[in-house]
Structure formats: C-alpha cells, structure tokens
Design a protein around this ligand. Structure first.
Ligand code: NAP
Length: 436
C-alpha cells in the first residue's frame, strides 16, 4: 500500500491546460465513482481549485495506481497523453504527504500563504466523506492536512496580511495603471471606472481590496441580482451599482477596469463581444476565473488589455522575497507535521501483532475467569462477579499497555520488526493457517 498524488498546478501547467482539467461540482460525483471503481485505488480524494487539480490516492501498487490516475486525467481532460503528461507531476509516500501539507499551508500557492487553499482542502475532506472514498488512512491524513494549514496561519508570520488571488489581481490592476503612465509602481484606483463580474467569494475579496486601494464606486454584475445586492450590502462604504449579466455590454463600454470572477464553464467575454463595443479609451480586463471567463482571442482586439490568473505572477514576484523568508518558518512546521503522520503510518505495521497479542490474552482471561467463577459456585453475587471480571480486564490492560506503547512508538522500521518478531516468538503468536 502506498500514498500517491498525481496532478498539475500553476507551477507545471498554463491556465489553458489547467482549465481543461478543472472538475466542477456537477462532475465530482462521477469522478469519484470512476476512481473508486479502479481495483488499484483503496482510498481517494480530489483537490480541484483554480490553480491545481490533484488526485490523492491510497493505492495497492505504486506504479499501477499512478497509471490508473493518469488514465483518469487523460479521459477527463479530453487531451492526448502527449499534450497532458508533460504537465503532470506525481509524488509517492513521504513526498506525497509533505506535498499535501505544503499545499494546505499555502506554501505551494501562487500567492504564498493565501488563505483560500485551506478552505479548498477542507472542501476536499467534505467531498471525500460525502462520496465515501475516505478510509482510516485518508481520514487521518486529510484531518492532519487541515490542522497543519491552520497551524501555519496561526503560528507563523506567513498567515499575516490578507493575501489572495483577488488581492494580487487588484495589485496587478494598480501596477498596469502605473506602467501605462510610465511608472513601475502601484497607483491608486480612485479615478478608475471599475466593474466586478460575479458575486461569489473571490468577488467579495475583490471588493475588500478595491476599497482599500481607493475605489469608492463600482458596478457589480451577477447572474442573479439578489446575490449581487447581498454582497453590496456588506460594503456600505462603497457606492455599488448592482446589475445582471445582461448589462455586460453596457459595462464594457463605460468601464475602464473590469474584474471577472465567475464560476462559468464558458467565457462570458469573447473577441466577438468586444468587437461590437465602441470605445475611445483602453479597457483593462483582469480575469481570475478558471476556466477563464475571458476567451484567449480577445488579445486580437485593439483597445483592450486583458490579463488572466497566470499574469498575476508579475505582481506576486515583486512581493515574493519577503514572503519566502516567512515561508521558511512554515516549512519547519510542515516537516514536523508530515513526520508525525508518517510515524503514525509506520506504527500501523504493529497493529496485526498487537491484535493477536490482545486476543490471545483475552482468551486466557476468559478461560481463567470462567474457571474461577464456577469454583465460587452460586453464592457469588452478580455484583461480585462484575468486580472480578473488571479486575481481570484491568490486569490484562495494564500488562498490555507498555508493550503496545513501545510497539507503536516512533522507531526505525528494523527495530520495530525485531520487536514484532520477539513478541511473536515469546507469546507463540506466529501466523496460524487460519490467519494466512
Ligand atoms: P463562488 O463563490 O462559487 O461564486 C461563483 C460566482 O460565479 C457566482 O457569482 C455565480 O453566480 C457565478 N456563476 C456561476 N456559474 C455561472 C455561469 N454559468 N454564468 C455566469 N455566472 C456564473 O466562486 P469563487 O470561489 O468566487 O470563484 C469564482 C472564480 O474564481 C472561479 O472561476 C474560480 O475558479 C476562480 N478562483 C477561485 C479562487 C478561490 O480561491 N476560491 C481563487 C482564484 C480563482 P450566482 O450568484 O448567480 O450563482
């Protein structure tokens, strides 16, 4: 049995590949069914975010398990193996565990330490539970990944500062505005005519950061008006004009800066749409949707400047040095958490011998108790029988406590194997024909 992860992320694949792999909530159930049906897969979980798709699995055979997951990803994406495989990474066992802890801690994120990934790891746990794909190993692994993510945010400086893809998107807008004025610096957005398309979690963060960067008035369009109005009501300090996506063409004419962050599977702004839009000034579009909300062909249309999530690298790189230093603290914590999990995993090796030892002693206890009780005859009250039974159980548990603790304690595998052998021979616990 091995833990494996196969996937791709912003580090290994551009957005045009990532968006083909993204698994929407509508397709997640089928994906779990497909993976669980593979005979190599014992437990499995799926992490699907805008910047990564990762399949974590407990597999019978490392190589065959990884091939099965790659096969799933090929079918799901509709890409040829030649186009997909160069973008995939895979890790096994200790490396896979370490990778998951780093992801949860935000150390593998585009914006180091961003908080959304922790919610997405929590969602991965929920989806695994709902789809009955987690067993004892993954329940433990994923629970520990979530607590590691929390520890990174509460115990290290990496968690300080409200960093997210949305904050990077707002900074990119400021930087591009500055560059358009010949300055390599972030410029206030107070004079921009801003619009935000979408009213979900990322749009909420966009509004928060836009306000902090000088924006006091904006247009907010959404598929459903109620959600836009509800979001707007949480920002009374911003003058928000809410509307439906039907108003998008009007918005494309009147705005100077538009952010798109909807979960639409298809682009909502295309080259054709922009060609029909007459403008005198440049419109800057920043798309944080994955799959992209703005189609790639808009770069062919004059008068528009379009950026997608991969373009956020430019602003991220500017802040990276300081955050990298903070990340070092978090790395130490992550190594510690990964080690704890791997020690627990290694201790499972002792479980069969502990179970055999326990049931061997339990059989002796029951036999001896029965003998003693029958010797005492009918004069022995029910209460007295209970006391003697509890006494016998207590003695067995006390005797077992130290050897069980020692067998499960962190130690080199060779040492544990030696102890297991010793217990086996001293208590005559060799695998019987029935067990084998
Ligand atoms: P969310 O909270 O689920 O909100 C989804 C938004 O998309 C809602 O406004 C929803 O409108 C709208 N929407 C859904 N389907 C649509 C469709 N077919 N046509 C038009 N609008 C549609 O999602 P989110 O977390 O904010 O993510 C939004 C986008 O940002 C996604 O593409 C995601 O991949 C990307 N992103 C997310 C993160 C993250 O950490 N969460 C980070 C970076 C990028 P209704 O209100 O009408 O349902």
């Amino acid at each position: 049995m091995n833990i494996a992860v196969v996937g791709l992320s912003h580090r290994t694949a551009p957005v045009e590949v990532r968006e083909k792999l993204s698994i929407s909530d509508d397709h997640i159930k089928d994906s779990f069914s497909f993976l669980k049906a593979n005979e190599q897969v014992i437990e499995v979980s799926i992490l699907s975010t805008c910047n990564r798709l990762e399949i974590y699995a407990l597999v019978k055979d490392q190589e065959l398990g990884i091939s099965a997951i790659k096969e799933f990803l090929t079918n799901h994406s509709g890409l040829n193996k030649e186009d997909l495989y160069p973008h995939l990474f895979n890790f096994n066992q200790a490396e896979a565990v370490n990778h998951l802890m780093r992801v949860s801690g935000g150390l593998d994120s585009l914006v180091l330490g961003e908080g959304q990934i922790l919610s997405q790891v929590k969602k991965m746990v929920r989806l695994g539970q709902e789809n009955q794909s987690l067993g004892p190993i993954f329940n433990r692994l994923l629970t520990q990944a979530v607590s590691t993510g929390k520890r990174v945010r509460s115990e290290t400086n990496l968690g300080t500062g409200a960093v997210s893809i949305s904050s990077a998107a707002v900074e990119l807008a400021q930087l591009k505005l500055g560059q358009s004025m010949g300055k390599d610096q972030l410029i206030t957005l107070e004079s921009e005519d801003v619009a935000v398309i979408g009213a979900g979690r990322m749009s909420r963060l966009l509004l928060q950061h836009l306000y902090s960067k000088g924006c006091s008035k904006l247009t907010l369009l959404n598929r459903t008006l109620k959600r836009a109005e509800s979001l707007a009501s949480d920002f009374p300090e911003i003058d928000v004009n809410c509307g439906l996506l039907d108003d998008l063409d009007e918005c494309l004419k009147s705005s100077t800066l538009i952010f798109t962050s909807t979960a639409s599977d298809f682009p909502i702004i295309t080259a054709e749409r922009l060609r029909n839009c007459e403008r005198n000034t440049v419109l800057r579009l920043i798309d944080i949707g994955v799959p992209r909300n703005i189609s790639a062909d808009v770069s062919d249309v004059n008068g528009f400047e379009s950026h997608d999530v991969d373009d956020l690298q430019e602003v991220v790189a500017r802040n990276q040095d300081a955050r990298q230093k903070m990340a070092l603290e978090a790395e130490a914590l992550i190594n510690e958490e990964a080690k704890t999990f791997l020690e627990w995993w290694a201790s499972l090796e002792a479980v069969p011998i502990i179970n055999r030892l326990r049931s061997g002693l339990e059989a002796i206890r029951k036999e001896e108790l029965q003998k003693a009780l029958s010797r005492m005859g009918p004069d022995f009250s029910a209460r007295e029988r209970k006391v003697v039974e509890a006494l016998s159980k207590g003695i067995i548990n006390k005797i077992l406590h130290t050897p069980v603790t020692n067998l499960r304690a962190p130690q080199p595998s060779s040492q544990r194997k030696e102890s297991i052998k010793l217990v086996e021979s001293l208590f005559n616990l060799g695998i019987s024909e029935k067990d084998s």
